[in-house]
Design a protein around this ligand. Sequence first.
Ligand code: FAD
Length: 153
Amino acid sequence: MDDRLFRNTMGKFATGVTVITTAVDGEPYGMTANAFMSVSLSPKLIVVSIGENAQMNARIAETGEFGVSFLAENQKDLSMIFAGQIKENLNVQFKWQNNLPVIENALANLTCKVFNTHVEGDHTLYVGEVTSLDVVEGNNPLIFFEGKYQEIH
Ligand code: FAD
């Protein structure tokens, strides 16, 4: 099967956009990811999928914990910064939640402890047990569909 056909077909599934974060020796790092899913209510588990070339793998392996921030529609620049698509003005203000850096003014911020990992093909699935939640009401999400950012109208 052709890679492009696979990617284009998966792009028909509209998602929100998250930033996965962690801190190594107090230094915050983030990466943009839309492969996020809520998994279980008891215990409270979520999963994110991270490609084998991402530096975030080594960082999460070191810290054993990560944050997930659901981006709001006015946070497209942050998505681009943490996907390496914007390389200037990288002075991002994080806020700290449960000793993890998360994105200020995101729709919701979770912190997680790594509960399990599964290497599947060229990605690793990180199952996280949610250790804290913070929700901000009233904003719309940033949407990713057909390889482009979209907003709800
Ligand atoms: P790096 O390349 O180290 O970091 C990524 C970027 O974030 C760099 O440009 C870096 O300068 C910047 N950055 C990191 N920390 C900071 C900081 N503290 N302050 C300022 N800037 C900082 N990949 C996946 O594996 N899974 C997905 O689900 C996924 N979904 C995506 C969804 C979208 C909408 C997009 C646009 C990309 C997605 N990607 C996904 C691709 C992924 O975001 C990039 O490949 C990313 O660059 C990989 O990051 P890295 O861990 O290698 O980190």
